[in-house]
Write a protein that binds this ligand. Structure first.
Ligand code: MIG
Length: 688
């Protein structure tokens, strides 16, 4: 049961798209209080109560014990002290003596979630101005709460099937030649590959919807040639539009009044990659329609997928903040600065980026009224994504496009996926990646993935290999790294053959992963779940955060420590371990419930399948379109009469549905149109 409780004048966000009845009386489970203009909601916590949710954020799957903040921020250092990352997903799920309920805090401003940080026995959620809708969700299970929440926020975005292929990316690819080389290096070595991302250097001086005429002289020819190699190019689009006379997007946006304005009615200018830039007011439908149409230029050139960046929006500086800093510096000139003053001076220059004063300097138009940016800050990336998706819809209504964004808010999950921002080549970020998967899924973001191998800092061969072993299971599987860091393409490394073998497993599992993804999206379920969701009565499972459930059948447990030759795994029930070396080479080991030390050399990684069910494995391929999803092997233990509900479709039609697309796969009664090979099936304790 879901009820809505409104406080003040909530700002429309379109996060929730299904009408929810208004609750009577006061908000259950929480004490509501006002302080200054702020409004707080307090939940009293029992000692072992757990709190789930918050989508893209740092720390545990159980969010208890820290303070988080909803404030989409471009800061490429995802350390444990960060209160906010690139996205705001304001869902909390409480479980324990405090009750079993979810609460969605729909307020696009700077909401603070103090989850047992100030007072360990209290969760206090504060809305800065008290204009908020709280959706209270009461169901009898954790899964049920998420399912109900997902039911009111609308169906998750469906990517095309090819988007599940491996994507090679790097900030710095600057020419057609370079892209052709990368593709060749993969193809000649038989390293599977479906796409190459194009980062900002493909543009003409960082101008959105342009491409460099010297280095990409004929983009249409390039996409055509790539198409013959079964490769799609995926260009980046940034939020800021370069200020430049004669640049059509700039001129048109100004003429039509589509950019965010300051209080004096002049367009706000902030500096990002193109230098001085304007910021489209994506909150207005007519601006979204206009911006969405700009994508046609690249769609016409054969592009079928994009990533939207810098849409928190990131600001390097504004003239105003920079001027203040310069004035301060000038006032210091010739003075004998004390330590404090000197540090202050440095800070002031640091703080010209993503400065709160700048976010208070410009306005959006919502329902005909001017509204200051900081009050709707977290809606910006969401509506940029929406603009793109609405553009694709207008371009070709029945086709799925790949789209993923850096910044998001609940609601954006209907229009695109996300990537988890600028991580680093650190082992701890493999674990962060893992923990974010179920939390993102709770909030509707099923299509997601982190920069495999790490974005910032220099990767190492073993880190990339281990991270790919997790990436095998994430819907977006993209190797991406920052400029000036060590080369990170698979073929650069001595162990590239081991990495290639990891990718063969991705493509062999693709029919299964796609099937589970689509079923989850079409039925408002999670692809990845905390163990606590599946085994709520098992306290060890509830506290296990370095393993997550995948789909209806599996559990994953990646190795995330350097030099490890295995790891501890907790099995909440009997499971079959598939220890992969490659798609053709794997061991099947039945294991009983309990604690295990699992040996896993650098070129080995596990997938656990519940006893009594099975999953399909294909023969793989070097690109998605070549994967034969009608010739399958079934893997399982003790599941001779089990059935796998296999979803498959053409991979591109927009109106995907379960009806007519689910096939019951059984070993003893093969489904028509499928070639099944039951030879890998294990029955009872034995193996064949
Ligand atoms: O300020 O486009 O997160 O993936 O490579 C950095 C350059 C801008 C941030 C993105 C990253 C991308 C980079 N961008």
């Amino acid at each position: 049961m879901i009820r809505r409780y409104d406080f003040g004048t909530p700002i429309p966000t379109d996060a929730v798209v299904v009408p929810v009845p208004v609750g009577e009386g006061s908000l259950p489970h929480m004490v509501t209080a006002t302080r200054g203009g702020a409004l707080s909601f307090t939940v009293s916590l029992g000692e072992h109560d757990m709190i789930f949710g918050l989508g893209e954020s740092v720390r545990g799957i159980n969010k208890r014990g820290f303070r988080y903040r909803a404030w989409n921020t471009d800061d490429p250092s995802l350390h444990e002290g960060r209160e906010c990352l690139y996205a705001s997903h304001n869902l909390l799920i409480f479980s324990g003596t405090c009750g079993l309920f979810g609460a969605y805090f729909d307020d696009p401003g700077n909401v603070v979630f103090d989850l047992g940080y100030t007072d360990s026995d209290k969760a206090v959620i504060t809305s800065p101005e008290g204009n908020i809708s709280v959706y209270l969700i009461e169901e009898d299970s954790l899964k049920g709460i998420v399912h109900a929440f997902r039911g009111i926020i609308g169906q998750s975005y469906l990517p095309p099937k090819w988007a599940f292929g491996y994507i090679q990316s790097r900030w710095g690819y600057a020419s057609e030649e370079e892209i052709r080389t990368i593709v060749r290096e993969h193809r000649t070595r038989h390293i599977p590959l479906d796409s190459v991302s194009m980062d900002i250097d493909y543009m003409e001086r960082f101008k959105d919807f342009t491409w460099n005429q010297n280095n990409f002289a004929d983009l249409k020819k390039l996409t055509g040639d790539m198409g013959k190699e079964h490769i799609r190019l995926v260009p980046i689009i940034d939020a800021g539009v370069k200020q430049e006379q004669g640049y059509d997007v700039c001129d048109e946006g100004l003429a039509k009044g589509y950019f965010c304005l300051k209080a004096d009615g002049k367009p706000f200018v902030g500096a990002v990659w193109p230098g001085h830039s304007y910021f489209p007011d994506f909150l207005r439908p007519e601006v979204r329609a206009w911006f969405g149409r700009q994508y046609f230029k690249l769609l016409d050139a054969g592009i079928e997928g994009f990533w939207n960046d810098m849409n928190e929006p990131a600001l390097f500086y504004s003239e105003e903040t920079l001027q203040e800093a310069i004035e301060l510096a000038e006032s210091c000139k010739g003075k004998n600065l004390g330590v404090e003053e000197c540090f202050h001076l440095k800070d002031v220059f640091q703080q010209t980026a993503n400065n709160m004063e700048d976010y208070r300097r410009f306005y959006h138009v919502v329902d005909g009224k001017n509204i200051r940016h900081d009050r709707v800050h977290n809606l910006y990336g969401y509506n940029m994504t929406r603009a793109a998706a609405e553009g694709f819809q207008a371009y070709q209504a029945d086709k799925r496009y790949l789209l993923f964004s850096r910044s998001s808010y609940v609601g954006a999950h209907r229009y695109g996926g996300v990537w988890q921002g600028d991580n680093c080549s650190w082992w701890s970020h493999i674990l962060l990646n893992l923990k974010q998967l179920p939390s993102l899924n709770m909030c509707g973001f099923l299509f997601n993935g982190a920069d495999l191998g790490g974005f910032g800092q220099n990767t190492t061969e073993d880190l990339l290999l281990r991270w790919l072993q997790l990436g095998v299971f994430t819907p977006l599987m993209r190797n991406h790294s920052a400029q000036h860091t060590r080369d990170q393409e698979i073929y650069r490394f001595r162990r590239s053959e081991d990495m290639r073998r990891v990718l063969t497993v991705r493509y062999a599992l693709l029919p299964y992963l796609y099937s589970e993804f689509m079923k989850a999206a079409l039925t408002d379920e999670m692809l990845f779940r905390p163990l606590a969701f599946d085994y709520p009565a098992d306290d060890v499972a509830c506290r296990t955060e370095d393993q997550v459930m995948l789909g209806g059948e599996c559990m994953i447990a990646p190795v995330y420590e350097q030099n490890a030759r295995g790891r501890h795994v907790y099995l909440p029930e009997d499971m079959l371990m598939v220890r992969f070396h490659s798609a053709e080479d794997y061991d099947l080991l039945p294991m009983s419930a309990g604690h295990h030390w699992v040996a896993l050399e650098l070129n080995e990684f596990p997938l656990f399948i519940r006893r009594g069910v099975m999953i399909p494995l294909s023969r793989g391929a070097e690109w998605v379109d070549a994967v034969d999803s009608r010739t399958l092997t079934l893997l399982g233990w003790d599941c001779g009469h089990a059935e796998y509900a296999f979803y498959d479709d053409d991979g591109q039609s927009k109106d995907a549905k379960l009806e007519g697309h689910v096939y019951a796969l059984r070993v003893d009664a093969p489904t028509e149109g499928f070639a099944l090979d039951g030879s890998k099936l294990i029955h009872g304790e034995g193996r064949d």
